[in-house]
Design a protein around this ligand. Structure first.
Ligand code: PEP
Length: 250
């Protein structure tokens, strides 16, 4: 990851009330008042805990991101949350295109629209791409990743490369306890970097791995030359295990 800052992001998914979120923040701050120099740490709570987490982490080096945003600025979209709403709750980034949202109907076009909205609103998007088990077993992983990536990069300007993060998340590894081997993850992430080079300076693009990362597997994944950090689901819910993964990135 020459020249690229490592980034560890915790995706809490639909877990933790505001009170539980504050308790997590207190535990995390105590356990890890500072990070190894140069590591970015991002906490992605549900919408209802964005403001409490932003407040509880004030003065701490980690920053806060949402788990998605609407592609609309405001209007008759019941249940949706806009970029400016999450920004006003302290979010400075957002996960986009998570496979759990794609499974509910989010298309590449919808993800791309949200990427553009996030960038225009001053949010740093962490954009997920990944293949299913069936796609991997049919040998089309590279094609699937390239198509998802091209749709995203079509809306990103070359000078925005430092503001976006790609998360390679093989769907079969998310929440299953089945982590990709470091070799598999490195090959896929290197392929993503090669594909990105057609559009921008890919040597500056941060690409994370996500999928059942734990304190036990983090270090061997993070030493891979193209992997710039991790998007962590289940293991981010406990401040101790999340802190151990952050330490593995230092
Ligand atoms: C995720 O939600 O992005 C994720 C990678 O989850 P887990 O770490 O639980 O597999």
């Amino acid at each position: 990851m020459v020249g690229r800052r490592p980034l560890i992001a915790g995706n809490w998914k639909m877990h933790k009330t505001p009170a539980e979120a504050r308790e997590w923040c207190a535990g995390f701050r105590t356990r890890l008042p500072s990070f190894p120099p140069g590591v970015d740490v991002v906490v992605c709570p549900p919408f209802t805990a964005l403001e409490p987490v932003s407040t509880a982490l004030r003065g701490h080096p980690s920053w806060v991101a949402a788990q998605t945003i609407s592609d609309q600025p405001s209007g008759p979209y019941t249940g949706e949350i806009s970029a400016s709403m999450v920004f006003s709750c302290g979010a400075r980034g957002t996960i986009l295109g998570h496979s759990e949202r794609r499974a509910m109907g989010e298309t590449d076009e919808m993800v791309a629209a949200r990427v553009r909205v996030a960038l225009d609103a001053g949010l740093r998007p962490i954009i997920c791409i990944g293949e299913s088990l069936a796609e991997r077993e049919s040998g089309v992983t590279t094609e699937v990743l390239t198509a998802q990536l091209e749709s995203i990069l079509a809306v990103v300007h070359e000078n925005e490369v430092d503001r976006i993060v790609i998360a390679y998340e093989p769907i079969w590894a998310i929440g299953t306890g089945r982590t990709a081997t470091p070799e598999m993850a490195q090959v896929a992430v290197a392929d993503i970097r090669i594909a990105a080079a057609a559009r921008l300076d890919a040597s500056r693009l941060r690409i994370l791995y996500g999928g059942s990362v734990t304190p036990a597997t983090a270090r061997e994944l993070l030493v891979s030359p193209d992997i710039d950090g991790a998007l962590v689901g289940g293991a981010s819910l406990d401040p101790e295990s999340f802190a151990m993964i952050v330490e593995a990135a230092g």
